[in-house]
Design a protein around this ligand. Structure first.
Ligand code: DQQ
Length: 546
């Protein structure tokens, strides 16, 4: 089936076949980036979970290696679930992961590389004393999973946190250890938020307030804020908040309690399809890198037919937005730019209610960087005009999508679109005027018309995006067959979507620029690159890796 085979991506990480989910234990070791992931060796849906493994020199081209851990012990018989790596000061590596036992109890296990001189880290040993942690009193046997990377306390111990829930309160349980074999539970949780349900895949790390660099996981001090992220099992969305970490009792307090982790008002890494994410500190390039699992929006039956399910998002550098101090900025790792082939630059003035085709030859693999400006006179006129209705309640999700026009939007790109515009995925800005006459900008992706197929979940995704005085509106879009990643305002708001066109594929897939605003002319200036495919294939002994 040519339509199904077209959906496989060209430069996103995917195994050769079968089901994949969470990123696990990412790290940089002896010149290589290692990536592990939740993998079903036996099928296209979740189950029989083992750890897949791949290595790369640049986070873009990958060699698949043999599985590193499979469910072969009583303490992980029902799955080698999610875990994290910690690099110790002596250069060794420990991996902590959750095992689902023969009895479906969630326990934490320790594993380490058999041979630290092997840059491929092919062989892993499970510690003979596993499990190292079992659910503590008061915690459900199935509510105790996904240990983080460890960080050092001022007292010289290692500290980790593990996600759980107590009734409907999501919590982050904390342990100290010196040898990763025995642990001491702290009295306080790192943090907890009522009514958020089970917290999966917690991530906890420092960000710099003063410099655009990543920080090692143990760094703390006056110039540092700490990010707490949890993956909300109820909604399958990743939420974070910025706050302050207290070493003495192992607690963290959000800067803004109104947008605490997991609350509906809280920040998300991504407002589309993006879950179970995990960062690591890349000591090679002094940056913090975020991996996120991008699941499917089609049916399981379709996944079985195509023989695979899920991709990983392009790894993103993540840092505190020093201009706002209130959100992170995420940006595709610079290495993805090595896939850029020929590019074309465009300057266009787009009148209200206009769609124009962007003349590029093939559009299944693109990188687009764009700047938009709303005509100043139109902007001022709308701001003054009292007959323009206030839109204080606007949200991308409930807006009806990019066909619903307002005075100042929507405008943006229509990707993976056929000539008749019967199939299209739109990534766009929408500017609203509030009761106070202030303008507010939203960054959205509309997949409602992305496919004629009926077995697909289609949504309008997105959120508010901060735009500072004097800034133009900017977006970047990566298109790779069935995945579209949008980065608004330098990565303040990000949206990933999976789309399954049936008509707009191969040569029939076009790119359009649209302005559906009723009263605003838009100046657009942008560059479009064709993207090369990445080498992502099985490792063979002939490969000269180093
Ligand atoms: N996936 C893993 C769990 C984790 C969940 C199992 C999140 O460890 O909580 O595959 O997607």
């Amino acid at each position: 089936n040519t339509m199904l085979s077209w959906q496989r991506t060209a430069f996103h990480f995917q195994p050769e076949k079968n089901w994949m989910n969470d990123p696990n234990g990412p790290l940089f070791y002896k010149g290589l980036y290692h990536f592990f992931y939740q993998y079903n060796p036996n099928g296209d849906v979740w189950g029989d979970i083992a750890w897949g493994h791949a290595v790369s020199m640049d986070l873009i081209h990958w060699l698949h290696l043999p599985l590193v851990m499979v469910p072969d012990q009583w303490y992980d018989a029902n799955g080698v679930w999610t875990g994290s790596a910690t690099l110790l000061d002596d250069g060794s590596i420990v991996m902590l992961y959750t095992g689902s036992t023969d009895n479906f109890v969630q326990v934490q296990n320790l594993a380490y590389p058999e041979d630290l001189s092997d840059p491929l880290l092919l062989k892993w040993t499970k510690f003979s004393g596993n499990p190292v942690l079992v659910p503590p009193p008061g915690i459900g046997a199935k509510d105790f999973r996904d240990p983080t990377t460890a960080w050092e306390t001022l007292g010289g111990k290692w500290r980790i946190t593990i996600g759980s829930k107590v009734n409907r309160t999501g919590i982050s349980i904390v342990y100290d250890t010196t040898d990763f074999k025995t642990y001491e539970k702290l009295d306080n949780s790192l943090h907890q938020v009522p009514d958020t349900g089970m917290w999966e895949c917690i991530d906890f790390y420092p960000v710099s307030k003063t410099e655009i660099i990543g920080l090692g996981t143990s760094v703390n001090g006056p110039d540092v804020k700490h990010i707490l992220k949890a993956s909300m099992d109820d909604t399958r969305t990743d939420h974070y908040a910025i706050g302050t970490y207290y070493d003495s009792n192992g607690t963290w307090i959000p800067d803004d309690p109104n947008s605490d982790v997991g609350k509906s008002t809280s920040l998300r890494y991504d407002y589309g399809k993006f879950y179970a994410s995990k960062t690591f500190y890349d000591q090679n390039k002094k940056r913090r890198i975020l991996w996120g699992w991008i699941g499917e929006s089609d049916s399981e039956a379709a996944d079985v037919q195509k023989g695979w399910s899920s991709v990983q998002g392009i790894p993103r550098t993540v840092a505190l937005d020093m201009k706002t101090g209130k959100n992170l900025v995420q940006w595709p790792v610079e290495e993805v730019e090595s896939l850029r082939l020929s590019s074309k630059k465009f300057e266009m003035k787009v009148k209200p209610e206009t769609v124009v085709q962007v003349n590029v030859s093939s559009t299944a693999q693109l990188d687009i960087e764009a700047e938009f400006e709303i005509n100043k006179e139109d902007l001022e006129k709308i701001a003054r005009d009292e007959s323009v209705e206030a839109e204080d309640d606007f949200s991308c999700e409930t807006s009806g999508g990019s066909t619903v026009s307002g005075s100042l939007g929507p405008f943006g790109f229509s990707v993976l679109t056929d000539e008749n515009l019967s199939e299209q995925t739109t990534v766009y800005f929408y500017v609203t005027k509030g009761k106070d006459s202030k303008l507010k900008t939203f960054f959205c992706t509309d997949t409602l018309r992305s496919t004629m197929a009926t077995d697909v979940v289609r949504s309008v995704y997105g959120s508010f995006v901060p735009v500072l005085e004097g800034e133009k509106l900017t977006m970047r879009i990566l298109v790779d067959h069935s995945i579209v990643e949008g980065f608004g305002q330098g990565g303040r708001t990000c949206i990933t979507s999976r789309v399954y066109p049936t008509e707009a594929i191969y040569g029939a897939a076009k790119l359009f620029l649209f302005n559906n605003a009723l009263n605003a002319t838009i100046m657009a200036s942008f560059e479009v690159w064709q993207m090369n495919g990445a080498f992502i294939r099985p490792y063979s002994a002939d490969d000269l890796v180093l």
